[in-house]
Write a protein that binds this ligand. Structure first.
Ligand SMILES: Cc1cc2nc3c(=O)[nH]c(=O)nc-3n(C[C@H](O)[C@H](O)[C@H](O)COP(=O)(O)OP(=O)(O)OC[C@H]3O[C@@H](n4cnc5c(N)ncnc54)[C@H](O)[C@@H]3O)c2cc1C
Length: 305
């Protein structure tokens, strides 16, 4: 069992920020992530709302986070976090390789993308179906692709795909998009993107890889067949909180309920970023949470003495 003052769980924007502040506060901590570093931010094509970058690609942003860790001599433990348990007033974190005992936890494991749960989806996953346009879009460069979803991620990634091919279908089950107005306008004014609403995907076609989709119009019940080589799913996410083995910190959807200082009902357990019950899940918020939490953790440890 490795003893440390703080376990920082997750090296996305939030966990990296918390780690930098803890390091500068001379706190003994470990930062654990199963990789890839940079979290979800690394999976987007273009980030153009995080100052001071006018625009930066997701992979470049993730690399800059990694450089910040190196610059601050912060080592990452590349391990899978399996459970986080209470151990008296301390915490026990069990990973695929080690057990850690710590006085405080910063929990920033983010979210996992939801899937459509259609027949044959698992079979065709990575054979035309993906949750990451920036990772896999290039494999289908120049071919017809589809995106399903109605939030910012779906809109942004549809715009990205339109830069590498001439035909992108954007499928959404409602007539209105949830994403911000600027992206909605950009998508509507892009002649490479065809918006299909209110449609759901009824079935997936293809033998060894995706070849087409049958859509169902939820208002008229009309069916439509689309020939596509790739489908990117952006249909929501669930918080990565199953590994937490104590009560009182989650809401009914599994997101962690935090106070204004990022503390929770459980003393010593702090959380931030996408995994918490907030309205806006974005890099600026995740980074702010990490800074805020580390300051609270430093005060918490001081009060324990
Ligand atoms: C397609 C897409 C486009 C986006 N575009 C933008 C944008 O333009 N601007 C913007 O501000 N935001 C954007 N976002 C949102 C942004 O990426 C997130 O808000 C941000 O990454 C949240 O940071 P986080 O640190 O809370 O969590 P995450 O970035 O999700 O990081 C969580 C970390 O925890 C690790 N982890 C999870 N489970 C385990 C485990 N069991 N064991 C070990 N490690 C684990 C993961 O590897 C990951 O590194 C986008 C998101 C997506 C999906």
């Amino acid at each position: 069992m490795i003893k440390t003052q703080v376990c920082v769980l997750g090296a996305g924007p939030s966990g990296v920020t918390a780690s930098i502040y803890l390091k500068r506060g001379n706190i003994d901590f470990v930062l654990i992530d199963h990789g890839p570093l940079g979290g979800k931010a690394g999976l987007t094509a273009e980030i153009d709302n995080y100052p001071p970058f006018k625009s930066i690609s997701g992979p470049d942003f993730a690399f800059k986070l990694f450089e910040m860790l190196e610059h601050n001599n912060i080592e990452v433990k590349y391990e899978d976090i399996i459970s986080v348990e209470k151990d008296g007033s301390d915490f026990k974190v069990v990973t695929s390789l080690e057990e850690y005992s710590c006085k405080a936890v910063y929990f920033s494991l983010g979210t996992t993308d939801l899937r459509l749960n259609l027949p044959r989806e698992n079979e065709l996953y990575h054979r035309g179906i993906s949750s990451c346009a920036v990772c896999d879009g290039n494999l289908f460069r120049g071919q017809t692709m589809a995106i399903v979803g109605g939030g910012n991620s779906a809109l942004e990634e549809a715009l990205y795909l339109s830069s590498i091919t001439n035909k992108v279908y954007l499928i959404h089950r409602r007539n209105e998009f949830r994403g911000n107005a600027q992206y909605v306008d950009m998508v509507k004014n892009n002649d490479k993107i065809e918006i299909l609403t209110p449609y759901i995907i009824k079935s997936l076609h293809g033998d060894s890889s995706l070849e087409g989709l049958t859509l169902l119009n939820v208002e008229t019940n009309e069916e439509k067949y689309l020939e596509v080589k790739a489908l990117f799913e952006y249909v929501g996410a669930k918080p990565n909180t199953e590994c937490i083995k104590f009560d009182d910190v989650k809401d009914d959807k599994g997101y962690i309920i935090v106070n204004i200082d990022m503390s929770t009902k459980v003393k010593g357990f702090f959380a931030g970023g996408d995994v918490t019950n907030k309205k806006l899940r974005q890099i600026a918020v995740a980074i702010g949470d990490g800074a805020n939490a580390s300051d609270s953790i430093i005060s918490y440890l001081r009060d324990l003495r």
